[in-house]
Design a protein around this ligand. Sequence first.
Ligand SMILES: [Zn+2]
Length: 73
Amino acid sequence: MKVWSSFSSESRKCRGCDVKTGNYKVYDQSEIAIRIPLCDDCYGKVDVEKLSKPFLTTLRKAIGIQVNGDLSQ
Ligand SMILES: [Zn+2]
C-alpha cells in the first residue's frame, strides 16, 4: 500500500484532535485511495494502514462485482 501526504484548500476537521486542517494522509491500494484529514501534530501519530487495507480490498472487490456483474464472488 502506498501512503503519502496531500494538501487541499478544502480544510476539514483533523481526525485526531478536531482542529481544522488542509493536510491529508492518503492510503492507496490498487488505484483506490482514501484520504484522511490529519493536522501536522497528528500526522505522524496516526497510522490507519491496518484498518484501511481490508476496507480498500473490499471496495475494490465490490466495484469489480458491479462492473462485471458477477455476484458469485
Ligand atoms: Zn490533529
